[in-house]
Design a protein around this ligand. Structure first.
Ligand code: HEC
Length: 248
């Protein structure tokens, strides 16, 4: 039985599911932009953000990249000499003995937000606004940036695989009830699963080697395409005006 001939209640059920799926997909895009767009320290989502998010940037620490030109904290450190002080310290291994000059810069430019009562209370540099910066609080920000942790990768992977596989199965099932040719349907029910595996697989590979980020971009784009087709074709078939196409 074709989608178009289903009783109203079933068409509404399928429609509700597909519209909610489209909304979820848009929300996922917004989330992606907000989470990763400045992973490389520069505003706007780019290929470098993908590499930075998954592979990290060896040789660069969070502390120095954020305050360097283009980084989101650069405006907090307008004096090049202060920036030089931070870079010099991190490049020298961020040793506690050499923390003095850095502590002075942080106290002057950063503590007002980076304290437990400040705007950036999540990442405090000191116990309170009045106290000086503490080495132990700042040191972790100087570790080389190695991108997403294996634990986050595993968590994100299983959530995406379980969730998207289920959604693609249901959407794909609805899609097989459309009037398209069997071969076309075969392509578009397979595509999302292939794209999903390429995408998630590339996350892990990119963690190991940056060039695999291409797979994340390609996999993600193919998934978007698959989503668009699986959602729009059934909706169109169910609700198109009778004057379009044959009334079978
Ligand atoms: C006006 C308030 C403010 C000042 C001043 C400020 N920051 Fe920030 N900082 C923030 C906010 C808000 C964020 C989170 C958004 C972001 O990452 O851009 C942040 C994030 C950061 C991060 C990333 C922390 C993480 O774990 O993601 C670093 C590193 C950082 N700031 C360093 C500095 C340094 C160094 C200075 C001083 C030169 C400084 N900040 C001054 C508000 C401030």
């Amino acid at each position: 039985m074709r989608l178009r001939d289903l009783p109203l209640s079933r068409r509404l059920l399928a429609t509700g599911f597909l519209v909610a799926l489209a909304a979820a997909f848009l929300a996922a895009q917004v989330n992606l932009q907000l989470q990763h767009r400045s992973a490389d320290g520069k505003p706007g989502m780019s290929y470098d953000d993908v590499v930075a998010a998954f592979h990290g940037r060896p040789g660069s620490s969070l502390l120095t990249s954020k305050v360097s030109p283009g980084g989101s904290m650069a405006k907090q450190l307008p004096n090049p000499a202060d920036l030089e002080t931070l870079w010099h310290w991190v490049e020298g291994g961020a040793r506690e003995e050499a923390f003095g000059p850095v502590s002075e810069v942080l106290a002057r430019r950063c503590i007002r937000c980076h304290n437990p009562g400040g705007e950036m209370r999540q990442v405090p540099f000191a116990e309170s606004r009045e106290r000086g910066p503490e080495f132990d609080k700042v040191k972790p920000l100087t570790n080389p940036d190695t991108g997403m942790s294996w634990a986050s990768l595993a968590k994100s992977s299983h959530a995406h695989l379980f969730g998207l596989a289920t959604l693609f199965a249901v959407a794909g099932w609805i899609f097989t009830q459309t009037g398209l040719r069997e071969r076309t349907k075969a392509v578009f029910v397979t595509l999302p699963f292939v794209a999903l595996l390429v995408d998630v697989g590339s996350w892990w590979l990119t963690k190991l080697a940056a060039p695999f980020a291409v797979g994340i971009v390609v996999g993600g784009a193919l998934m978007g395409l698959a989503f668009a087709v699986l959602i729009t074709v059934p909706l169109w078939e169910m609700w198109r005006p009778a004057t379009f196409g044959r009334a079978t």
